[in-house]
Write a protein that binds this ligand. Sequence first.
Ligand SMILES: Cc1cc2nc3c(=O)[nH]c(=O)nc-3n(C[C@H](O)[C@H](O)[C@H](O)COP(=O)(O)OP(=O)(O)OC[C@H]3O[C@@H](n4cnc5c(N)ncnc54)[C@H](O)[C@@H]3O)c2cc1C
Length: 292
Amino acid sequence: MQYIRDLKKYYWPKAPQDAVRMLMQEPYAEVIAGGTELLVSGLKGREVNNLVDITRAGLSYVKKDKKFIKIGATTTISEIQNAPLFKDFANGVLSTAAQRFVSVQIRNVATIGGNLGAAMPSSDLAPVLMALDAKIHVCGKEIKEFAINGFYLSKRKTVMAPYEIITEIEIPVPADMDRTGCAFQKIGRTETDIAIVNGAAAITIDDAGEVKSARLALGSVAQNTIRCLEIENGLLGKKLTKKAIEAACENIAKAIDPKTDVRASAKYRGTVAKVLAARLIEEAYVKAGGKI
Ligand SMILES: Cc1cc2nc3c(=O)[nH]c(=O)nc-3n(C[C@H](O)[C@H](O)[C@H](O)COP(=O)(O)OP(=O)(O)OC[C@H]3O[C@@H](n4cnc5c(N)ncnc54)[C@H](O)[C@@H]3O)c2cc1C
């Protein structure tokens, strides 16, 4: 825990562009949303004298049209958990991940933008958003859009410049929704702890039950949440069986680089990752209508 000892200014911008202007003007300024990461472990030796609080910048919303679901960056984890839209969409996978997100006290203030901006490998939302192929909208000197797969550079580091902020997360509605299955799973020391390993999968099948597309993302097994592309490719065009899933996950060690920390050893994480990947694929395949 590191405190801000010399806070000089606290801003409440009314729009994202105002927040960017304040971040560019003020030295040692930082964006704050729920503050559950920044004020607990997010400072990491950085000097911060000015905070730009974006929770009144008009970025708390969930919208849906025919093609996309759009989530404003300051939407809280509780709002995502309880939004009727997310109870149904993609087998309720976002709602499930939000529900497994620590305690109600944290969920009520922590935001989706803060979760992605913190760039921690244990993020519970990042694997789901990777499985759903989400895009991240960013406001800075100009408006930018990034695929979430490629948004992270390393632990605590994203492709964003220091004065840029996430404004919106955009999730495409799959064209063949009724043949797409999604799953989220998390293994922690307790029900409310940060993940030892977490992950999400989205699988689309054709009429014959063969896999048309597969996305599998795992968290807490590398510097950032990762897509397991080799495993995904190993599923394509196949009718899945337990054996086929096991075979696809056999070489998972090549995709991950787990670390030892207070929650688990690297070895345990590696073992759990293989089991979790297989469970996620099976769950998503069955939810897509596949038979195992
Ligand atoms: C006890 C505890 C338990 C936790 N358990 C979990 C858990 O189970 N699962 C999980 O995923 N996380 C967990 N976390 C981590 C944290 O709560 C989440 O990452 C949370 O979503 C962060 O959101 P926030 O709004 O509080 O971010 P903040 O703390 O306000 O910000 C986090 C970082 O992101 C930056 N930031 C904030 N908003 C934006 C934006 N819109 N654009 C760009 N950068 C931005 C900030 O500058 C800061 O660097 C836990 C934290 C604590 C303290």
